[in-house]
Design a protein around this ligand. Sequence first.
Ligand code: SF4
Ligand code: FES
Length: 255
Amino acid sequence: MRVEGEGGGAGVPAGGSGETVVFRVRRYDPESGVGPYYQEYEVPYRPGMTVLDGLLHILREVDQTLSLRYSCRQKICGSCAMLINGRERLACETQVAEVGRTVTMEPLPHLPVIKDLVVDVEPFLDKMKASMPYLIPRSDSENIRVPPEEFERYRVASDCIWCAACYSACPAAYSNPYYLGPAALGQLFRFEVDSREDPSVKPLRLVIADDDCAGVWRCHQAHACSEVCPKHINPGELIAELKREVLRARISGRI
Ligand code: SF4
Ligand code: FES
């Protein structure tokens, strides 16, 4: 029995024997010059099935020309982020039952397509690297006890898996190629407020954050990033906190 789609997300599969769902995948190969176009596949449904499970079924049983990126299959590596029924999500986390009988998959917007669902994440990674997403420890950092209230400020930000979903969803990153974007600024904040870091590094972090073209002032607090983050990080709020850090540093003459 084929269960027909009802406009991309309406209705959920019941999980009966022989039931199938429709996977509608955006295909594009820039090298061949063919496409883009949407290809439909009928995929056997089973309860608990994720979108990634369905894509792997297609890849292994139906069409080996389909390209996608994945690794951990458990929300850790961040490599399976894509647009699922119009929203940035992780394919390995998203249950087919959550999104409906017709599932449309497209590559992350605002990043160049390499093939099908695989995008070139280099522009995103360049910005992550520019945010210095690592601790430069102070000489006595091994002996520092982090107060719970400080840890709480960066606890959630530490969960970032670099999936680029927020970057893809951010209207400011789309309109300004120099803007670092929500994930990079979130990591800048995460290490800025970490007292185990060498204090001489802090002004550099704040100067990066204060950059007129690439920094926090390009964020208009649309919070599209926070809506799509699979780790519930709320990068928009981290950027708002980083703005306050920059202003405090300016007023005190630290930068
Ligand atoms: S902040 Fe969230 S959406 Fe953005 S890269 Fe990190 S985990 Fe992904
Ligand atoms: S495959 Fe690693 S997060 Fe989805």
